[in-house]
Design a protein around this ligand. Structure first.
Ligand SMILES: O=C(O)CCC(=O)C(=O)O
Ligand SMILES: [Fe+2]
Length: 170
């Protein structure tokens, strides 16, 4: 998983016109933290009335997710919810809030939600990759200028997390 995270962060750095180590360094380098969550969505008699998880963005930098074969993950784009296709052995990669912030909005944290299934159990195993709690995260200085001012505050990740969990303004 660490190897895949390194490659994704390197590609995302290059995509910003920066050297490939920049995003990983800004996320704490080897201090980057990986947290595995296991989601279990039991069958639901009224999938039309319920959601598995409500619409949200992940506060992580990136999330690497493996689902079981029961569809349910939806992403929001151009005013519509799109079903994601289940691809055996594929890992779903979400851009999270910390990459949106570091890139000063060039990359967007993906709004997503999950539906539930009438007959089948759905499961997913996301790994949230986040900076250490004390790491100060803000728009990368290379991406901020008079023409392109910072769109986000610079703050410790633990303070970002506190506001997100308690639904406070950032
Ligand atoms: O179950 C899924 O596919 C997504 C779960 C999710 O978005 C989350 O746990 O943050
Ligand atoms: Fe999520």
């Amino acid at each position: 998983m660490l190897g895949v995270v390194d490659e994704v962060l390197a590609s995302l750095s290059l995509g910003l016109g920066l050297e490939e180590h920049v995003l990983k360094d800004a996320l704490g380098g080897e201090g980057l933290e990986l947290l595995l969550k296991i989601n279990y969505y039991p069958p639901c008699p009224r999938p039309d009335l319920a959601l598995g998880v409500v619409a949200h963005t992940d506060m992580s930098a990136i999330t690497m997710l493996v689902p079981n074969e029961v569809p349910g993950l939806q992403v929001f784009k151009d005013d519509h919810w799109f079903d994601t296709k289940y691809i055996p052995n594929a890992i779903v990669v979400h851009i999270g809030d910390q990459i949106e912030i570091l890139s000063n909005g060039k990359y967007k944290s993906v709004l997503h939600r999950t539906t539930v299934n009438k007959e089948k159990v759905r499961m997913s195993w996301p790994v949230f990759c986040s900076p250490p709690a004390e790491m100060v995260v803000g728009p990368l200085h290379q991406l901020v200028s008079d023409e392109s001012p910072a769109k986000y505050k610079t703050k410790k990740y633990k303070d970002y997390e506190y506001c997100k969990i308690n639904k406070l303004p950032q």
